[in-house]
Design a binder for this molecule. Structure first.
Ligand code: ZN
Length: 62
Protein backbone atom coordinates (compact mmCIF):
# COMPACT_ATOMS: atom_id res chain seq x y z
CA UNK A 1 0.00 0.00 0.00
CA UNK A 2 1.28 3.36 -0.95
CA UNK A 3 0.66 6.15 1.49
CA UNK A 4 -0.70 9.30 0.04
CA UNK A 5 -1.53 12.74 1.23
CA UNK A 6 -3.13 15.88 -0.02
CA UNK A 7 -0.95 18.88 -0.49
CA UNK A 8 -2.03 21.81 1.62
CA UNK A 9 -1.44 25.37 0.56
CA UNK A 10 1.41 26.88 2.58
CA UNK A 11 -0.15 30.31 2.20
CA UNK A 12 -3.73 29.83 3.39
CA UNK A 13 -3.62 26.25 4.66
CA UNK A 14 -6.38 25.18 2.32
CA UNK A 15 -6.40 21.81 0.63
CA UNK A 16 -5.31 21.89 -2.96
CA UNK A 17 -6.39 19.38 -5.55
CA UNK A 18 -3.01 17.74 -5.64
CA UNK A 19 -2.02 14.55 -3.94
CA UNK A 20 1.38 13.08 -3.42
CA UNK A 21 2.39 9.54 -2.69
CA UNK A 22 5.20 8.54 -0.40
CA UNK A 23 7.34 7.84 -3.43
CA UNK A 24 6.49 11.14 -5.11
CA UNK A 25 9.34 13.55 -5.53
CA UNK A 26 8.69 17.11 -6.58
CA UNK A 27 11.33 19.73 -7.15
CA UNK A 28 10.61 23.35 -7.83
CA UNK A 29 6.99 22.53 -8.34
CA UNK A 30 4.69 25.51 -8.80
CA UNK A 31 1.84 24.66 -6.48
CA UNK A 32 -1.24 26.64 -7.35
CA UNK A 33 -3.89 27.10 -4.71
CA UNK A 34 -7.45 27.42 -6.01
CA UNK A 35 -8.52 29.18 -2.84
CA UNK A 36 -6.08 32.03 -2.44
CA UNK A 37 -4.90 31.88 -6.05
CA UNK A 38 -1.29 32.05 -5.06
CA UNK A 39 1.44 30.04 -6.64
CA UNK A 40 4.12 28.69 -4.34
CA UNK A 41 7.23 26.84 -5.31
CA UNK A 42 7.59 23.65 -3.36
CA UNK A 43 9.66 20.54 -3.06
CA UNK A 44 8.10 17.34 -1.86
CA UNK A 45 9.51 14.01 -0.90
CA UNK A 46 8.35 11.22 1.37
CA UNK A 47 5.15 13.11 2.10
CA UNK A 48 7.03 16.14 3.35
CA UNK A 49 6.39 19.47 1.73
CA UNK A 50 9.12 22.07 1.66
CA UNK A 51 8.31 25.59 0.65
CA UNK A 52 11.02 27.12 -1.45
CA UNK A 53 11.59 30.61 -0.21
CA UNK A 54 12.52 32.38 -3.33
CA UNK A 55 13.58 35.92 -2.65
CA UNK A 56 13.13 38.45 -5.35
CA UNK A 57 15.69 37.72 -8.00
CA UNK A 58 16.84 41.30 -7.89
CA UNK A 59 17.87 41.01 -4.27
CA UNK A 60 19.74 37.78 -4.71
CA UNK A 61 23.46 38.22 -5.11
CA UNK A 62 25.18 35.98 -7.55
ZN1 ZN B 1 -3.95 29.02 -0.55
Amino acid sequence: MVKEQWIFCPVCGGKTRLKIHENTILENFPLFCPKCKQETMIDARQLNIFVIKEPDAKTRSQ
